[in-house]
Design a protein around this ligand. Structure first.
Ligand SMILES: Cc1cc2nc3c(=O)[nH]c(=O)nc-3n(C[C@H](O)[C@H](O)[C@H](O)COP(=O)(O)OP(=O)(O)OC[C@H]3O[C@@H](n4cnc5c(N)ncnc54)[C@H](O)[C@@H]3O)c2cc1C
Length: 386
């Protein structure tokens, strides 16, 4: 076995497909009996994310096209951010993950479900069988395999919860809703993503508070809560690790996707970034097995593509953790005044592109810098770790 990929989420299946495409003898293992379940995702991805995963945009896993967002400020006012055309897709993660695993198998990888990988004292086990892969791609998600073995943890883990509510009504079928404010989702935000017959409503926090209680409170007390309420058909809790460890290569183990905390700290989205890292991991594994290159190449390959956005995202996250509701309102006013730039440069996968565009306009950059310094320099604002 050249490569063992642990975990058949998007990062693992994409890595396994690309490894098999590169003629590496690849085994993909999934601890659950079925790929894609349980689902822990709002399913909002960019068209680019699906392309990077190697999936067509018209598969049966795509349930809706999204062209913008309605952003609720803490005061209750709503800003419409209309991208004008399709900016994101709503996917059914169980079907999408199954399609990705099938693509890996079609490319020649061997898929073993109901098989748990374990690293122990430098050895690798599948259930209780010892195996000797040349490379291990740890794509085991938030509870990363390699974290315990090699001490490679994320900078922070955001608690997140979500429930699919039948009968919930978003303001529009092709807009998501983002609900901000420290009362509802301190240090992060809540969301509502339209799906057939309802919406996926959830939140993550960067600070204290039981996220389920916060979600119940939001549905009960937020001005939009009545409209977004409905009959719960599923509950999807899950941690979102953010802030990658300093190293994502340990011996012959490469950490990919949530196990490397590669989700975007600005949105919690990890499908795109995980698939970018999966491509880097496959390339590094190929170089290692067939040319004797160092696996450290993986580190450079993925950081070159998404490292800046993740670093920028962590800076934004730390600022959000120290922002008052007034700061958030001021930020939204700046966004409202810069709508043309937001439309032109806004990119959910690469948020730093918009920041760079804004930074070049002094009339926007100055109030933004003032807001940033105010939240960073005042020690009384250090309410949440971040
Ligand atoms: C509530 C919520 C909403 C989200 N919404 C979005 C969104 O809208 N858009 C977006 O892009 N991202 C979203 N995310 C983040 C996204 O779900 C993750 O970033 C993404 O699933 C990470 O992919 P992955 O392949 O790294 O890990 P996972 O998808 O977690 O897959 C890991 C797989 O490994 C398996 N596994 C674990 N341990 C082992 C083991 N020892 N042996 C074998 N198999 C193992 C697991 O069963 C699992 O199937 C959301 C997360 C949460 C919690």
């Amino acid at each position: 076995m050249h490569v063992l990929v642990a975990g058949a989420g998007p990062a693992g299946s994409v890595a396994a497909r690309l490894c098999a495409d590169l003629d590496l003898d690849t085994v993909l293992v999934e601890g659950h009996d079925e790929v894609g379940r349980p689902v822990r995702c709002a399913g909002l991805v960019s068209p680019r994310a699906l392309e990077t995963c190697g999936l067509p945009l018209d598969g049966d896993y795509v349930s809706r096209r999204i062209r913008g967002a309605h952003v609720h400020g803490p005061s209750g006012r709503v800003i419409e951010m209309d991208g004008g055309n399709t900016r994101a897709l709503v996917v059914e993660r169980d079907r999408m993950d199954a399609a990705l695993a099938k693509a890996a198998v079609d490319a020649g990888a061997e898929l073993r479900t109901g098989t748990t990988a374990r690293l122990q004292g430098g050895e690798v086990y599948l259930n209780d069988e010892r195996v000797e892969p040349e490379v291990v791609i740890d794509a085991s998600g938030a509870r990363a395999l390699a974290a315990g073995e090699h001490g490679l943890g994320p900078e922070k883990v955001l608690p997140a919860v979500q429930t699919t509510l039948e009968g919930a009504e978003t303001l529009s079928d092709d807009f998501v809703e983002v609900l901000t404010g420290n009362r509802w989702a301190p240090g992060f935000f809540a969301w509502a993503v339209p799906v057939n017959d309802g919406a996926r409503v959830g939140l993550a926090t960067g600070g204290p508070g039981n996220p389920w209680r916060l979600l119940e409170k939001l549905l009960r007390e937020h001005p939009a809560g009545g409209r977004l309420s409905g009959e719960p058909v599923s509950r999807e809790p899950g941690p979102i690790p953010i802030g990658p460890p300093e190293r994502t290569v340990a011996g012959n183990v490469l950490l990919v996707g949530d196990s490397a905390a590669q989700a975007k700290p600005t949105s919690g989205g990890g499908v795109y970034t995980g698939s970018v890292a999966a491509r880097a991991a496959a390339e590094a594994a190929h170089g290692f097995v067939f040319r004797g290159d160092s696996l450290d190449r993986y580190e450079d390959l993925w950081r070159r593509e998404i490292g800046r956005d993740l670093r920028f995202g962590m800076a934004v996250h730390r600022t959000m953790c120290r922002s008052t509701d007034g700061d958030i309102e001021r930020l939204l006013s700046i966004v409202e005044r810069s709508m043309q730039l937001v439309r032109r440069y806004g990119d959910i996968d690469h948020p730093s592109r918009l920041a760079l565009a804004l930074a070049k306009r002094p009339w926007i950059a100055l109030p933004l810098a003032a807001l940033y310094l105010k939240t960073r320099l005042n020690p009384l604002r250090r309410r949440y770790p971040g």
